[in-house]
Design a binder for this molecule. Structure first.
Ligand SMILES: [Zn+2]
Length: 686
C-alpha cells in the first residue's frame, strides 16, 4: 500500500541485464513474439462492459469463492473495519464521537472499498439487512463531509493545515477515488443517490481546487484518475473527464509537484500505525533514497506519462495509473497515452512479471525493481497489485479486442489473485511468495488492510470481466460457467456457458434467441491452448481467428451450440535465463493454472525433489480435495542431502537419486492445509 509494511530499506538487488525475450505463448498463437504493438480499435468498436446484473456465474471454481466472499469475507472485513476504528473515524470527524483516529491514514478508502463490494453483492443478491448497514455507513460518511465538499477524516482530524499540501504522503485523492468508485457502484446497485451526492460534492471540490489556473496537484497514490472517468461515465459531466486528464498529464514535472510541496513542509511528527514518523522522513525514505537526487519514480512521477516506457515504483500505484490512462484512451483515443501504455505493458509482462501473473518483487518500495529481478521466496507480489493487473489488462482488452490481454487478465486472476485469499474467505495474503520454507501463512487482517478490502470489492464484480459486447456481437473473454443476457440490435440474446473449467478442457456455449438473429460470437482462444477444437451444432468448424478471438458469424437460432475443446496438456515452463532465481528450474502449467509443490503431498522433503524434464506427468481430478481440484501426478527424483552434512562445497559428484512420486497442486489453493514448505519453481536437475 504505502511501504508501511517495509521492514528495512534494503538495497535493491538490481540485475541490469538487457534482453527482449518474451513471456508467454505468443509464438504458439502465430504472433511475432517481438511485436508488442496493438492496434487501437476505432471509438465505436471498442468493447463495452455489460451490466453486472446481466451476468450469472454458476461454476465450480468461482461460485464457491463468491459465496464465501458474500457470506463470510464481507462480514469479516466489516467487523475488522469496526474493531480497528476505521468506521468510527467518520463519527469523530462529524463531532459525534471522541477517540483517537483508527487504522492507517487512508482508512477511509478501506471503508469505501467495503461499500463498493457490498454494493456489487446487493446488485446480485438483494438483502435488506445489508442495504441498511450500507445506508447507516453512508449517513456517517455524509456527516463527516465538510461544507465545501472536502472529505478525508485523517487529514481533517490530524493534519487540517495540510489539506492538499502533502499529496505524496496524505492519501486524500486515493480516498476520493475509492469513494467515487463506491458511489457509482452503490448508485447502480440501489438507484440511491445518497453516497453519489457525497462523491459529487467532493468531486466538485477537487475540480474547483485543481487544474489549469488553479492549484497544481497530482495524487501520490493514483486511483482518482480512473474513478473520475467512472464518475464521468455515470454523470456525463465532462469536467470529471478533464480533471482525470489533468491529473494524468501533470505527472512528471520538473521539479516534481511532490518536491515543491516537500520544500514547503515543516519537520513534524505524526503517529503512523502506532509509531511516530516524520512526514518529511516519509518523503526522504521514498523520494530521496539518493540524498542528492529527488526521485519520484516510487509514485510514477519520474517522467511525463507519455514518455514513460518502463514500469517503475510502487506496483499498485502503477496499476491504477495505467488503468486510468487506459480509461482516458477509451474515452478520447489519445495516441500519446496509448503509445506509452503499450510499452509499459511490454515492460511488465515480458520483463517484470511473475509466472503467476503477479507483480512487484520488492518489499522496499512494494514494487518494481529491474528486469528479470523476480525472487521467489522474497516475492512481494501484493494481492492489490494482482487485482490491479486484472483491472489494467481488462481495459487493454476493451481497447483492442486482443486475446493476449485477456490471457494476462486470466493468468493474474486464477493464480496470483486467487491465492490472495484462503478458501475460508477470512485470511489473506498481503505478500504472496512463490516459495516458502514453511513459515508463511495468510492473516485475518493487517495494520495496512488494503488487500482484504481489495478482495472484498473485487470478487463480487467478477462478472464484468467474463463477457463484452461490441457493435457486431458478443465476446467471451473468460470461461466461467453461467450465462449472460445481452441486448444486441434491440433483441434479447442469452448465452449460456457450461463446463467444469479450469479443471476440464470442454466448454459448451448455447445461444438463446427469440427469433433467428445474425451476430458475431467472438470466443477467446487462450494463448496456452495449442490446438483448440470447435464444433458448432455438432459439426467441426474452423473459425477465423482474429487477435486470438475465434469469430463465429452466422444467423443464430434458438438452441444453437458451440462445443469448444481447449486442450489442457500439462506444460513445463522455463524462465528466461536472466531470471537467475529460476535457472535449471521448471514450473508446471495446466490450462490457466500455474502449479506448485506443497510439502504435505510429498513423500520426500521438498528441497530434495527434482522433476526431470522427461518425467511423465498426468492430471488427476480429485473431487474431495479442497473443493475439487486437478492434481498433477508424476514420478520425480529425491536427492537426499545426507552426504552434504557439514559440507558447504565439494568437487562435483553424481547425485544419489531415488525415484519418488511427486504431486503438484494449483498455486491458487496453496497454504490451505496448515503450514508447510511450498515451491512453484522446481529443480529440473541437481
Ligand atoms: Zn494491498
Amino acid at each position: 500500500m504505502l511501504g508501511a509494511n517495509a521492514k528495512s530499506l534494503l538495497t535493491v538487488t538490481a540485475l541490469f541485464l538487457l534482453s527482449t525475450a518474451p513471456f508467454g505463448d505468443k509464438a504458439a498463437r502465430g504472433q511475432d513474439p517481438a511485436n508488442v504493438k496493438s492496434a487501437l480499435l476505432p471509438a465505436g468498436s471498442r468493447l463495452r462492459e455489460l451490466p453486472l446484473t446481466a451476468v450469472q456465474i454458476r461454476d465450480t471454481f468461482w461460485s464457491p469463492r463468491l459465496e464465501v466472499n458474500r457470506t463470510r469475507t464481507l462480514d469479516h472485513v466489516y467487523k475488522e473495519l469496526e474493531a480497528t476504528g476505521c468506521i468510527r473515524n467518520f463519527d469523530i470527524a462529524a463531532g459525534k464521537a471522541q477517540a483517537k483516529f483508527g487504522g492507517p491514514w487512508w482508512a477511509d478508502s478501506d471503508v469505501y472499498k467495503w461499500i463498493e463490494g457490498a454494493s456489487y453483492i446487493l446488485a446480485q443478491h438483494p438483502n435488506a439487512q445489508l442495504e441498511s448497514r450500507v445506508d447507516e455507513l453512508i449517513a456517517k460518511i455524509a456527516a463527516a463531509q465538510q461544507k465545501d465538499g472536502y472529505l478525508d477524516t485523517y487529514v481533517q482530524l490530524n493534519l487540517p493545515d495540510l489539506k492538499w499540501k502533502s499529496l505524496a504522503f496524505n492519501h486524500e485523492m486515493f480516498c476520493a477515488g475509492s469513494l467515487f468508485e463506491a458511489a457509482v457502484a452503490h448508485n447502480q446497485a440501489t438507484g440511491k443517490r445518497s453516497l453519489l451526492e457525497v462523491a459529487l460534492r467532493l468531486a466538485d471540490h477537487l475540480d474547483s481546487t485543481f487544474g489549469p489556473g488553479k492549484q497544481a496537484g497530482i495524487p501520490g497514490h493514483e486511483e482518482v484518475e480512473l474513478a473520475l472517468v467512472r464518475l464521468y461515465r455515470l454523470t456525463q459531466e465532462k469536467r470529471f473527464l478533464q480533471l482525470a486528464q489533468y491529473f494524468i498529464d501533470s505527472r512528471g514535472q520538473k521539479p516534481s509537484i511532490f518536491e515543491r510541496q516537500y520544500e514547503q513542509l515543516a519537520e513534524r511528527k505524526v503517529e503512523l500505525l502506532g509509531h511516530p514518523m516524520g512526514i518529511k522522513d516519509f518523503y526522504r525514505r521514498f523520494f530521496l533514497v539518493d540524498p542528492a537526487k529527488f526521485d519520484t519514480s516510487y509514485s510514477q512521477d519520474q517522467l511525463p506519462v507519455r514518455q514513460q516506457r518502463v514500469a517503475v515504483g510502487h506496483a499498485v500505484r502503477a496499476m491504477y495509473l495505467y488503468s486510468g490512462m487506459a480509461d482516458l484512451v477509451y474515452e478520447t483515443g489519445d495516441q500519446g497515452l496509448w503509445e506509452a501504455l503499450q510499452s509499459l505493458h511490454d515492460s511488465v509482462t515480458n520483463h517484470r512479471m511473475y509466472v503467476t501473473g503477479g507483480i512487484g518483487p520488492s518489499e522496499r518500495n512494494e514494487g518494481f525493481t529491474a528486469d528479470y529481478d523476480l525472487p521467489n521466496e522474497d516475492a512481494y507480489q501484493e494481492t492489490c497489485a494482482s487485482a490491479g493487473m486484472v483491472l489494467w489488462n481488462y481495459r487493454m482488452l476493451k481497447l483492442t479486442g486482443e486475446a493476449r490481454y485477456a490471457d494476462a487478465m486470466e493468468l493474474s486472476l486464477y493464480n496470483a489473485l486467487a491465492a490472495g485469499v484462503s478458501l475460508t474467505g477470512d485470511t489473506f495474503c498481503y505478500v504472496t511468495p512463490l516459495a516458502s520454507r514453511g513459515d508463511f501463512k495468510r492473516d485475518p487482517w493487517f495494520g495496512v488492510p488494503c488487500c482484504p478490502t481489495t478482495v472484498a470489492r473485487f470478487l463480487p464484480a467478477l462478472g464484468r470481466y467474463i463477457y463484452s459486447e461490441s457493435p457486431d456481437g458478443l465476446w467471451v473473454n473468460l470461461f466461467i460457467a453461467g450465462q449472460v443476457k445481452a441486448n444486441l440490435a434491440g433483441k434479447k440474446v442469452t448465452l449460456r456457458q457450461s463446463g467444469n473449467y479450469p479443471w476440464d478442457e470442454k466448454v459448451k456455449l448455447m445461444v438463446e434467441v427469440e427469433a433467428p438473429q445474425e451476430f458475431v460470437l467472438h470466443v477467446r482462444v487462450p494463448g496456452w491452448a495449442a490446438a483448440p477444437d470447435f464444433v458448432v451444432n455438432g459439426e467441426r468448424f474452423s473459425p477465423r481467428v482474429v487477435n486470438g478471438y475465434a469469430e463465429i458469424s452466422r444467423s443464430w437460432s434458438n438452441g444453437d451450440t458451440i462445443d469448444l475443446t481447449l486442450p489442457m496438456n500439462i506444460q513445463r515452463l522455463e524462465a528466461n535465463p536472466q531470471v537467475v532465481y529460476n535457472r535449471s528450474k521448471t514450473a508446471l502449467r495446466r490450462g490457466p493454472l500455474i502449479y506448485c509443490l506443497e510439502q504435505v503431498d510429498q513423500e520426500a522433503p521438498l528441497e530434495q525433489i527434482v522433476l526431470p524434464l522427461d518425467a511423465h506427468l498426468e492430471g488427476q481430478y480429485t473431487p474431495g480435495l479442497l473443493g475439487g481440484i486437478t492434481l498433477i501426478k508424476g514420478q520425480g527424483l529425491s536427492c537426499p542431502l545426507d552426504d552434504w552434512k557439514n559440507v558447504l562445497y565439494r568437487t562435483v559428484r553424481p547425485a544419489n537419486a531415488k525415484p519418488v512420486p511427486v504431486t503438484a497442486v494449483p498455486y491458487c489453493i496453496w497454504g490451505n492445509r496448515g503450514l508447510g514448505k511450498m515451491a512453484v519453481w522446481i529443480d529440473a536437475t541437481r
